[in-house]
Each structure stands twice: as structure tokens, then as C-alpha cells.
Write a protein that binds this ligand. Structure first.
Ligand SMILES: [Zn+2]
Ligand SMILES: [Zn+2]
Length: 174
């Protein structure tokens, strides 16, 4: 390391596990696949990928729960509160850090939505970022550093959907 890269702090919900990761992410995406949805309990998982060496556990190493261990990698959650913190992937060479558990904001921001072909039917994506049925190919964008893509290609039904929600009574089921 010739140059000092800024480190970002992250921690789980209960605070038992903390880590730091160098702000050296190579790509960032929202994954809508069924596995990521179940691991996070959310519509999608925003994550950023870096070399595995970028991540250091700074507290609660013994509280880490590793799931699905194989030669390829594993998913690491807090064993006490269940927060999904990161996954080791690609023969353990890369770490996918879940952005929601970061305390400090990363320089990179998610550039696209992946596995949109298996997203939940109620999940409406309205941010105008590129969407891929599964994974983007090498020719397509995988990360946007310091640059937000907005406006281009926002689906027209997003604005209609927003109007519909505003018009609908909130206590319709009572
Ligand atoms: Zn925890
Ligand atoms: Zn996924």
C-alpha cells in the first residue's frame, strides 16, 4: 500500500460485531434475487464489492455467524441480532459488503439493479438506474464512482404509481 485509502466503519444492529473496510469498492449494485431478499428481509440488497483484504473485523469476531461455507465463500451475519454484514464470494477473493450496515458513506453508489427477473411482484423500481434480468455482461456498467445516474429512463408507471398512492385513502381496509 503506497497510498492511504479512507476506511469506512460498519456494524451490526446490536453492535456486537464491527468492522472497517477500505473505501476501495470496484462496483456497487442492488440485488433483487430471492436469496438476497430472504437474507435481508428487504426488497433488494444494496452491496458493494472490493478485494477481500479491504475488510477487517474490528470487534466481535467470535459473534460472527458464517452461513453456507464453501470454497467459493460464505455469508457473514451477527450471530446475536442476525444483521447480514458481508459475503465472501468469487473463491473468497472478493467481499460484498451490505451497504445498509455501513456507518460512513462510501464513495461509490449502486449503479444498477440485478436479478430484476426474480424481484418481488410488489417491488417497483423507480430510480432510473439500469436494470438487468440477471447479471450485466462485462460490457455493461457495474459501478459508478462519484457520479449519480438519475432521470434517464425512469419508467413512466413510476409517476402514475406515485399519484395513485397519494389519491388512495390510507385506511381503506378498515
Ligand atoms: Zn448484532
Ligand atoms: Zn442476490
Amino acid at each position: 500500500m503506497t497510498e492511504e485509502t479512507r476506511s469506512l466503519r460498519g456494524e451490526c444492529y446490536c453492535g456486537a460485531v464491527s468492522y472497517k473496510v477500505r473505501d476501495a469498492f470496484e462496483y456497487a449494485l442492488y440485488c433483487h434475487c430471492g436469496e438476497c431478499r430472504r437474507r435481508t428481509g428487504a426488497a433488494s440488497k444494496p452491496f458493494a464489492g472490493a478485494r477481500a483484504s479491504a475488510l477487517t473485523i474490528t470487534g466481535g469476531d467470535d459473534a460472527l455467524l458464517l452461513f453456507g461455507e464453501s470454497g467459493d465463500g460464505y455469508h457473514a451475519s451477527c450471530g446475536k441480532c442476525g444483521s447480514l454484514l458481508y459475503s465472501l464470494v468469487r473463491d473468497r477473493a472478493y467481499v460484498h459488503v451490505t451497504l445498509g450496515a455501513l456507518i460512513d458513506p462510501p464513495t461509490i453508489t449502486p449503479a444498477a439493479h440485478i436479478f430484476v427477473g426474480s424481484k418481488a411482484p410488489w417491488d417497483v423500481i423507480c430510480d432510473g438506474l439500469p436494470q438487468f434480468e440477471t447479471l450485466p455482461t462485462d460490457r455493461e456498467p457495474r459501478g459508478t464512482v462519484g457520479r449519480h445516474r438519475t432521470g434517464d429512463g425512469t419508467p413512466p408507471h413510476c409517476e402514475a404509481r406515485a399519484r395513485q398512492h397519494r389519491a388512495r385513502p390510507t385506511a381503506a381496509e378498515t
